[in-house]
Design a protein around this ligand. Structure first.
Ligand code: HEC
Length: 422
């Protein structure tokens, strides 16, 4: 295993990262099949569990039509595309008398955020948040949208975590935010595609009728206390396994695709799918065009811990969704900073806490600047006031910021009922 880690380690040193996080070894260690009853399957076989989730949420949904931009189209929904999205879950002008409702029909994707593959966002001072604009999809740009299942949605709704004052009331109760174990969230990134590319992508439409293809898909599941994190990529994504490599102990015949250390942004060879996964596609009823579409996706990796048992930060990032900060990306490290103040507002910026650093060598512009992001185990001092804690009986100090159980949408998306948020 060590030999795979070396190029990545060297690169991070070259990037000027002070500590030396590496792709955690234990997370990517393929265990022999269980010979006795496995009571902790998602922990022991996270990649297999990630594929199980993938097959579950990507079941074909019932046929739906929509009129988008005056044109009647047949949607191509998977189950998760019928769940509630962030824009419905976190209304712009929340009114506690009319809480968000579970959707009864779908009408195309309301793409909310640009992916960081467009570095221009940070330079455009007029944009406080990287919202998706029609122009962002031109010239191969990608935009994203988040969906959550009913268990996750109901927890947010029933605890009034969908607006800032509701969150502030929750903080006062002194309880932790803990989502139910059947919670699942999905973030999808999309690009414009042409009609003849439908066979190569999971495709669908935007709310204004543009044909789009799925390039990246994050899935997180509360099956374990700090969630299980997995990210999938379209096999043709340029630079798919750059910097960190791709690791899949279940879905492909060779578990490790090493990062290409010489050329950034090239398309990696298509790894053959494993007989085990091929069988699961069949068992789960994938056939015809539906099967063809989904067979173009590969697991980049899954994550179940902040660090490996040595304390090395575990890293995982998607070449599209985390573009620009893949080198230090940690799903759990960043999401642990989803936290709120006593006023129900965001405690940490989701981005920009650490500097960016130039990658050395012959690197194309879009990879030239890597933003450093928080990884490894969380630092309790960021969440607690430690002062004076020797004088009281609380060994941790006083809690200052309440974590939102890794769900970034709560601090980032919830608006206040008091102001006009237009
Ligand atoms: C540097 C920070 C950062 C990293 C690293 C990161 N995310 Fe996120 N993630 C966010 C933010 C901010 C949001 C909410 C805004 C949005 O939708 O883009 C989010 C949203 C999500 C959501 C929707 C649920 C929610 O929290 O609101 C999922 C699922 C998700 N991310 C999965 C992942 C996975 C899987 C990885 C690792 C492969 C990952 N994230 C890495 C910052 C990060």
């Amino acid at each position: 295993m060590k030999k795979y880690l070396q190029p990545c380690y060297l690169l991070l040193v070259a990037l000027g990262v002070n500590s030396t996080p590496s792709v955690a070894e234990n997370d990517h260690y393929c265990r022999a099949p269980a010979t006795t009853k496995d009571h902790a399957a998602p922990m022991n076989y996270p990649d297999q569990f990630a594929w199980q989730l993938f097959l579950e949420v990507n079941q074909k949904a019932k046929k739906e039509y929509a009129t988008l931009n005056g044109k009647k189209v047949e949607l191509n929904n998977a189950i998760w595309e019928t769940w509630i999205d962030d824009s419905d879950n976190f209304p712009q002008n929340p009114n506690p008398a009319t809480p968000p409702a579970w959707p009864t029909k779908t009408d195309g994707h309301n793409l909310a955020y640009i992916s960081f593959s467009h570095q221009t966002y940070s330079e455009d001072k007029t944009r406080s948040e990287p919202d998706c604009r029609p122009d962002d999809l031109k010239n191969g740009g990608t935009c994203e949208v988040v969906y959550r299942n009913k268990a996750t949605f109901e927890y947010i709704k029933n605890n009034n975590l969908w607006y800032q004052e509701g969150i502030a009331d929750y903080v006062k109760t002194g309880k932790e935010i803990v989502f139910p174990i059947d919670s699942i969230e999905v973030k999808g990134n999309w690009k414009l595609i042409k009609e003849n590319e439908k066979r190569d992508y999971h495709w669908n439409y935007t709310t204004d009728g543009h044909l789009i293809g799925l390039v990246a898909m994050h899935i997180s599941s509360k099956v374990i206390p700090n969630w299980l994190w997995a990210t999938f990529e379209h096999v043709d994504n340029p630079g798919r396994c750059d910097l960190l490599g791709c690791y899949d102990c279940y879905g492909v015949t060779n578990p490790v695709t090493q990062p290409n250390a010489k050329t950034f942004g090239s398309v990696y060879p298509e790894e053959p799918l494993s007989p085990a996964l091929t069988k699961q596609y069949d068992k789960n009823g994938f056939k015809g065009n539906w099967l063809k579409e989904w067979k173009n996706y590969r697991l980049k990796g899954s994550m179940i811990n902040f660090t490996d048992s040595y304390g090395n930060a575990s890293l995982l990032g998607n070449s599209v969704t985390e573009s620009g900060f893949v080198a230090t990306s940690s799903c759990m490290g960043c999401h642990s900073r989803a936290a709120v103040t006593s006023a129900g507002q965001k405690a940490f910026p989701f981005f920009g806490e650490l500097p960016s650093t130039a990658a050395i060598g012959n690197v194309p512009a879009q990879y030239g600047l890597q933003f450093l992001t928080v990884n490894g185990a969380p630092n309790p001092a960021d969440f607690y006031h430690r002062a004076g804690n020797l004088n009281n009986n609380n060994p941790y100090g006083t809690l200052q910021f309440l974590q939102t159980d890794f769900v970034w949408a709560i601090p980032m998306r919830a608006k206040s009922i008091k102001q006009n948020n237009q």
